[in-house]
Design a protein around this ligand. Structure first.
Ligand SMILES: [Zn+2]
Length: 159
């Protein structure tokens, strides 16, 4: 008697099904359960997006008795901007967005550090009497003189 395969080896499944044709409903149930399990791993529970306007919805349920919050993962909500259906967000999409936001925050931090450094240097020059405060103020207001952040390159998950 053949043992029912449990893995993803197609040859084992072909052999099993050729021997046990009456097992097809069982195998269909196994496939459906496996697909549902994979979907739970691929999509972020309760996170939805509009493909047109990029609106984001995080569905959640607040459990008053325990004070906890859990993901509510139910399709059917519409985009409040486009009235279109919302799509699930995959772990890959969510990871790429986190990487993009992280890159933006790094650039912002770099810019703020550069501005602080520039203003601290100007203040030191003014205090030392080696610079004209009006000229320093003009230079500080000149946006074209602002430093540019380094190119951090793409921040995208692949593979
Ligand atoms: Zn929309």
């Amino acid at each position: 008697m053949l043992k029912c395969p449990t893995g993803s080896n197609a040859d084992e499944w072909h052999l099993f099904l050729s021997e046990y044709k009456d097992a097809l409903p069982f195998v269909a149930d196994q496939i459906a359960e496996a697909i549902e399990a994979l979907e739970r791993q691929v999509y972020v529970p309760g996170l939805w997006r509009c493909p047109k306007c990029e609106f984001r919805l995080r569905q959640a349920t607040h459990y008053a008795a325990t004070g906890t919050v859990g993901a509510r993962d139910e399709p059917g909500d519409k985009c409040p901007n486009c009235n279109g259906p919302l799509w699930r967000v995959s772990e890959r999409q969510a990871g790429n967005e986190r990487g993009k936001r992280c890159k933006q925050e790094l650039e912002r931090t770099w810019m703020l550090d550069a501005v602080i450094e520039k203003q601290a240097l100007a203040l030191m020059k003014i205090r030392a009497g080696s610079a004209n405060p009006v000229q320093i103020a003009r230079e500080t207001m000149d946006a074209s003189a602002e430093p540019r952040p380094p190119d951090l390159g793409p921040c995208v998950l692949t593979g």
